[in-house]
Design a protein around this ligand. Structure first.
Ligand SMILES: [Zn+2]
Length: 109
C-alpha cells in the first residue's frame, strides 16, 4: 500500500510547517488519475498522525477530475484513465489535471 508512504510524507511536511502548533485541519487535493485511494489515505492518516501536531486534525480530501487536452484539435475533455481518444479521432492527448497530489491548505490552532 503506497498510500502509507505518501501519508507519512504529508504528515512530515505539515508537521514541519506547523512547528510547535497544533494542526486543526488539512486539505488535500488528490487527482482521480493518481492511483491514490482517498480512503486509504484517511486510514493511514489516523495511524501516521499519532503523537504529531496533526493528531486529531480534520482531514479533508478534494478529488480532482482528470482533464485532458487533445494535441490535434485543442479540445479539453474529462478522462477517467490516462489513455483516451478525443472526439476528433486523435489519441494524442495530454493530461492537464487529475494526476496531482498536493497539500492545498492547512489550518493551525
Ligand atoms: Zn481532438
Amino acid at each position: 500500500m503506497h498510500e502509507l508512504g505518501i501519508t507519512r510524507n504529508i504528515v512530515a511536511i505539515v508537521s514541519e510547517h506547523a512547528g510547535e502548533n497544533q494542526v486543526k485541519r488539512v486539505l488535500l487535493e488528490i487527482g482521480k488519475l493518481s492511483a491514490i485511494m482517498p480512503d486509504a489515505i484517511r486510514f493511514c492518516f489516523e495511524v501516521c498522525s499519532k503523537d504529531t501536531p496533526l493528531e486529531n486534525a480534520e482531514l479533508q480530501i478534494n478529488e480532482v477530475q482528470g482533464i485532458a487536452q487533445c494535441q490535434a484539435c485543442g479540445a479539453e475533455f474529462e478522462i477517467d484513465q490516462l489513455f483516451g481518444r478525443c472526439g476528433c479521432g486523435s489519441n494524442h492527448i495530454r493530461c492537464i489535471t487529475g494526476e496531482e497530489m498536493k497539500i492545498k491548505e492547512m489550518e493551525i490552532l
